[in-house]
Design a protein around this ligand. Structure first.
Ligand code: FES
Length: 118
């Protein structure tokens, strides 16, 4: 799934691969012109995507441990919601959430929001 997304700004969604490409309780990194995106797959096969950058000190969230619908950052163990990007207390912060669509097992990411700085 490692690929560079060269997309037009107005192209809001881009297909990046299949759910089966992402290991259960793991992740894959998608290179984008707007920064790396970590695509996660939970045990229940829900797919999430965050900017691959912890809000603490930019640790690679793709290398974190997925549990439930959260990921624990590999650097200092902050716990981040895969759904909202919010950091669990007592720590504070928010990782950038990327919209995900799964249709017939194919994952699309909302890179248009990245292009807009979101
Ligand atoms: S960089 Fe993620 S917890 Fe510190």
């Amino acid at each position: 799934m490692n690929q560079v997304l060269q997309t037009a700004f107005e192209e809001a969604w881009i297909t990046v691969g299949c759910v089966e490409d992402v290991p259960v309780l793991g992740s894959r990194v998608v290179k984008s012109a707007f920064g790396d995106i970590a695509v996660f797959r939970a045990a229940d096969d829900t797919v999430f995507a965050l900017r691959n950058e912890c809000p603490h000190k930019k640790g690679p969230l793709s290398e974190g441990i997925v549990h439930g619908h959260s990921v624990t950052c590999p650097l200092h163990n902050w716990v981040i919601s895969l759904r909202t990007g919010e950091v669990a207390g007592p720590d504070e912060g928010c990782a950038g959430v990327i919209g995900v669509k799964v249709e017939a097992g194919v994952i699309s990411l909302e890179v248009g929001r990245l292009a807009g700085g979101g």
